[in-house]
Write a protein of this length. Sequence first.
Length: 287
Amino acid sequence: MKAKNGAYATIESNASIKPMAERLTMQAKATVREVELPPVSPYVSSALGYQIQSGQLNMDLDLTANQGELSGNTHIVLRQFDLGGQKDSNALLQVGAIPLDLAVNALKNSDNNIVLDLPMKGDIENPNFQWQNFFLLPIRQGLFKASSTYLMQTFVPYANVISLVQFAGEQALRLRVEPLQYALGEEDITAPEQEAFLDQMIKLMKDRKGAELKACGVSVVKDISEDKTYKSLTEDEKAELLELANQRAESLKRYLVDNGIQSSRVFLCSPSIEDDNNAAPHVTFTF
């Protein structure tokens, strides 16, 4: 079968179906060329979470159905593909810690095109089966792989400061900023490992000039006594620990500013006391 959609888009398909099979059994191939994507944006924006601003689709699909079980492969080329405004923060294709539009940019090759070779699987008898998701979920997987690669390549130079975490039950990677550890009772930056950590932090902030940092000082009970617990602290001791935590954050900010980071890019939050007896003193960070 051959068809045209508009002046330029073409669709060619060839399918063989076994009509006597109890469940859908078929072999199908399809070739799609020059399909303009903005006109279909209203139909897929709820799944993507974004409007499609521009782009053209080329696709080669090889699909098999055996007693309702679908499997196949698709080769997709999204030419000059760009997303517009965000539509829904709870969309199907959110990619972990980074927005979908950033993952899309990570996928683009030197010609500003996205090329995906994706496996496809599904069971049409499953009550949750939807043809829309059947085609979109593999794209989600492709975006996950691309965004993971993007994150790894981007943050490898800052491995002491940034780590990538995959939470149980989640497919996407998320960024975690490691805390800066302190010795008990210490408030200043003195240890070589602290300086090595902050050297990477400074490099990260200089490389990404728009990044702003929130730093939160944390004290532990052992900062003032090995024998006490949090519940046994007096109000004066709590005040002393909070002041120590605050001094850690102040010292950290001073170190960053002395090494070329603008003071307006570093924010300090309220100090706190960690009541876990096994915890170490530290400063936590959020970008």
